[in-house]
Design a protein around this ligand. Structure first.
Ligand code: GDP
Length: 199
């Protein structure tokens, strides 16, 4: 598992704090509580890796994780979106930062969007997917907490979400089911992210 040694590097609050743009990185996004931290922890086989992203003050930063021994390869934890209470000026700061990050970051190879399989494709999910896909960035949606649904019901959601997103964006977008609890789909996610990073 190329992610087993993942560890915290830095949290960036503005473009100047980003590590040099010379390597390869994959960003993770999701609504708060969707299961993003659990998915990152499952990917890396660690219990507390993504906890650092949730410490107060870090919830509005891009959190970078190193992947030793692969210098310059990163996992990037984007702030959970869908918070109602973020002040307006902070929201504007974020929009600007994310705009420049998505728009100009050469190292960014793909976006993983984490959605609760019981509540997929909310407005914020659609926004960030559109944002990335329209820039030609590959997007991989994971429908997590699949253990909460029966297999048949889970497959129905998978097909519906896939039809919806691929209807709009074609093969720029892929979709899978996932569970940090039962570990369904962990290998599939690991394989894709490793491929994007050239590992
Ligand atoms: P985040 O806010 O997106 O980082 O979400 P967390 O990873 O902190 O998860 C939010 C809640 O959902 C927690 O109570 C987790 O234990 C739970 N959760 C996350 N992933 C799964 C999963 O695959 N299955 C189940 N049953 N619960 C999950």
């Amino acid at each position: 598992n190329p992610f087993a040694r993942a560890d915290y590097l830095l949290a960036a609050h503005n473009p100047r704090q980003l590590p040099p743009d010379g390597g390869a990185e994959v960003a993770f996004a999701g609504r708060s509580n969707a299961g993003k931290s659990s998915a990152l922890n499952a990917l890396c086989q660690q219990n507390a890796l993504a906890r650092v992203s949730k410490t107060p003050g870090r919830t509005q930063q891009l959190v970078f994780f190193n992947l030793p021994p692969h210098d310059g390869r990163y996992l990037v934890d984007l702030p959970g979106y869908g918070y109602a209470k973020v002040p307006k000026d902070l929201q504007a700061h974020w929009q600007g930062f994310l705009d420049s990050y998505f728009g100009s970051r050469i190292a960014l190879k793909g976006l993983v969007v984490v959605m609760d399989i019981r509540h997929p494709l909310k407005d914020y999910d659609r926004q960030i997917i559109a944002y990335a896909a329209e820039r030609g960035l590959p997007v991989h949606a994971i429908l997590t907490k699949a253990d909460k649904l029966g297999r048949g019901a889970g497959l129905n959601v998978l097909q519906a979400v896939r039809r919806d997103l691929q209807g709009q964006y074609g093969d720029t977008v892929s979709v899978q089911t996932f569970s940090a609890e039962s570990k369904v789909g962990v290998d599939e996610l690991r394989k894709l992210v490793a491929e994007w990073l050239g590992l």
